[in-house]
Design a protein around this ligand. Structure first.
Ligand SMILES: Cc1cc2nc3c(=O)[nH]c(=O)nc-3n(C[C@H](O)[C@H](O)[C@H](O)COP(=O)(O)OP(=O)(O)OC[C@H]3O[C@@H](n4cnc5c(N)ncnc54)[C@H](O)[C@@H]3O)c2cc1C
Length: 291
């Protein structure tokens, strides 16, 4: 006789209700945003949480706002909303571009940025962009305390995060980029529009306007190893160089070693080494550094 499992559903209408609901969670409880990952996992694995907290009715978790030196994107903001937000395009272009290539439009209309980070897939498109943008997540817990954590400290492995079951991401804070900054996201997938990223690269650079020296570079890479990561070697290589063809060539040439370090000995390494060169070339071209 199979055990009867029942799931309680909580539908808080605001942050106080969420905090109350978080206090009732156990390790078997789950937050539900768009459900594109959670519902699939429950169906595939024939698994039922003891409590589902539906985040869709909490206004404090939703939308894009600017202020106090940063852009704030609520956890339940969908990728369609991010990809069509003019402010995100202006301040965090790589994130808007990453949002624009998540799945097909049907997925983007319901999939959220908080769910993408909460799901912690190595292929999650928003994660390399958030890493390159130096984003932090604002987290609330069951006693109503809020804390901030870098996105790189949240995603700890494939499908695992440092979040406790009684914590939820409220929003992401992205520092307003200084003048001379630009960013982009390039992705190589098995199919172009409906694919989970085989490799994604977010590139953020800040240029000295007079001589086009790269003052700062941040490179986030996804779908290359167990979690998305910042490629410190590539960042060091770019910083201090002129944004010219020689730097572009050196940047692309350094990419296979990044793949080698990320997935040594993996059967897919030769493919990924070639793929990352193509993604790096795309990202560089999309930055329009020759303007
Ligand atoms: C057909 C299809 C195509 C896809 N293509 C892509 C793609 O190209 N790129 C890509 O990156 N992804 C892709 N995905 C995966 C998925 O759509 C994304 O990961 C999505 O962003 C998950 O968001 P969600 O709102 O649906 O999360 P949910 O499924 O609701 O939740 C996912 C996980 O995150 C947790 N969670 C949700 N919200 C929060 C929060 N606020 N705080 C803490 N934890 C939270 C949940 O408890 C759950 O464990 C695809 C999925 C499908 C079905």
């Amino acid at each position: 006789v199979s055990p009867v499992t029942t799931t309680r559903i909580s539908t808080p209408a605001g942050l106080p209700g969420l905090i109350e609901a978080l206090a009732a969670t156990t390790p078997k409880s789950r937050l539900l945003a768009g459900g594109t990952d959670l519902v699939r996992a429950m169906t595939q694995d024939h698994w039922t949480p003891d409590l589902i907290i539906d985040l869709s009715g909490i206004p404090e978790l939703h939308g894009v706002q600017t202020g106090a030196g940063c852009l704030r994107i609520g956890a339940t903001t969908t990728f369609s909303e991010i990809a069509t937000d003019e402010v995100v395009w202006r301040h965090a272009r790589c994130l808007a571009e990453a949002a624009d290539v998540v799945g097909a439009v049907q997925t983007r209309n319901i999939a959220t940025i908080g769910g993408n980070v909460g799901n912690a897939s190595p292929c999650g498109d928003s994660i390399p962009a958030l890493l390159a943008l130096d984003a932090t997540a604002v987290i609330v817990d069951a006693i109503g305390e809020t804390s901030e954590r870098r996105v790189g400290q949240i995603v700890t492995g494939p499908g695992t995060t440092s979040l406790r079951h009684d914590q939820a991401i409220v929003e992401f804070a992205i520092p307003t980029p200084p003048d001379g900054s630009r960013s982009t996201y390039a992705k190589l997938g098995s199919r172009t529009m409906v694919s989970v990223a085989r490799i994604g690269m977010a590139l953020v650079v800040r240029l000295e306007p007079a001589d086009r020296t790269i003052l700062e570079a941040r490179v986030g890479i996804g779908a290359l190893g167990e979690t998305a990561f910042r490629a410190a070697d590539l960042e060091r290589l770019l910083t201090g160089r002129r944004a010219d063809e020689a730097t572009r060539d050196a940047f692309i040439a350094a990419c296979p070693r990044v793949a080698q370090n990320a997935i040594p000995g993996r059967y897919s390494l030769p493919y990924k080494q070639e793929a990352i060169r193509g993604v790096a070339a795309d990202a560089w071209a999309k930055l329009d550094l020759d303007e």
